[in-house]
Design a protein around this ligand. Sequence first.
Ligand SMILES: [Zn+2]
Length: 388
Amino acid sequence: MKIIAPLTTKKQGQIINKVNMEGIKPPYILMGNHNSYYDLMVLERAILPNRCNYVVAIDGFIKREWLLRSIGGICKRKFTNDVNLLRHIKTVLKNGDIMVIYPEARYSLCGTKAIIPESNAALAKMFKVPLVTLTTHGDHIVEPFYNPKRRKIKGLEATLKCIATKEEVEKLSVKELDVRLQEALEYDDYKWLRESGILLKDKNRAKGLHKVLYQCPHCLTEYEMSSDGIQLKCNHCGKTYEMDEHGVLHALEGETEFPYVPDWYEWERNNVKKEVLENRYHFECPVRVDALPNAKGYIDLGMGKLVHDMNGFKLTGRYKDEDYEVILLAKDHYSVHIEYEYLGKFGDCVDLNTLNDTFYVYPKCEKFSVTKMSLACEELYKYLNNKI
Ligand SMILES: [Zn+2]
């Protein structure tokens, strides 16, 4: 990747802006936003000719542990607190290299910033090296999480910016560093598309969008949206929207409730929040479960049952004549990773991580949305920690 990245991104007309980078040399910590695999290519080009190490999730390297090790990846399970990580970061910085962290710990669902906990700023403060950010714009449009097929768009932008020098990292409080980090990693790829004037000509630009926009804003029905080509449709009331070449939605008839995808998504979040505030959020469903204890491959645990409610996630099942139970308390988990049509195998899933295992949980009921589960996880955490 280190060799092909500069060539590929150059061919795509990738623009890389550098701000406050004069005199900034490794070792430093680099935090970036994360929309697609393409982000890594942009990063490799942006930091040329320097070397870097990544904090990576184990599932990106199944049966490819050698690759994980050869690119200098530090393995971690998503959304877990791992003390070994600190030791590894120390070594990377001691070697004079760049430590790359994607603090969202997930791909963005609709091209906007996911939650970045303050612990990232606290981590940066611990190491007393410059804190640099790489914010890409348009990567979600090129390879959206809901339909990750590369589209041909030229002129994507990225900004490599030193947001705190070594001296500033030492002087500023965690809160002050966090403000700078949150600001620098702010992005909205749909807004960027509208303002850039670049056209999204792909004939399947709305395909898969119903995975994110699972609730109809007209009749309020959940889980009955579908999408194909440039259209998004509610199969319950029939209301249909088309996405134009600027990424803007238009109702074919009547009012367009949300022309912008992120606004629709945030409206859904607000509806989930109401369920949480009224103490009535509850989801329960038979599930297919795969476990991933190491990078050698998945273990089929057969069928189980998932309950997601005001307490958090509870997965139960039976494997090799023994009952098992996995509990993730809502108050301890600020976010959860989900996948749409994961590996093209068993459909959408939610990944539940413990320190030494990851469970891929595929709901097998007729109507559900892993997007809603992810929104509920975030709203439950805020509610139970008195943040809303
Ligand atoms: Zn409807």
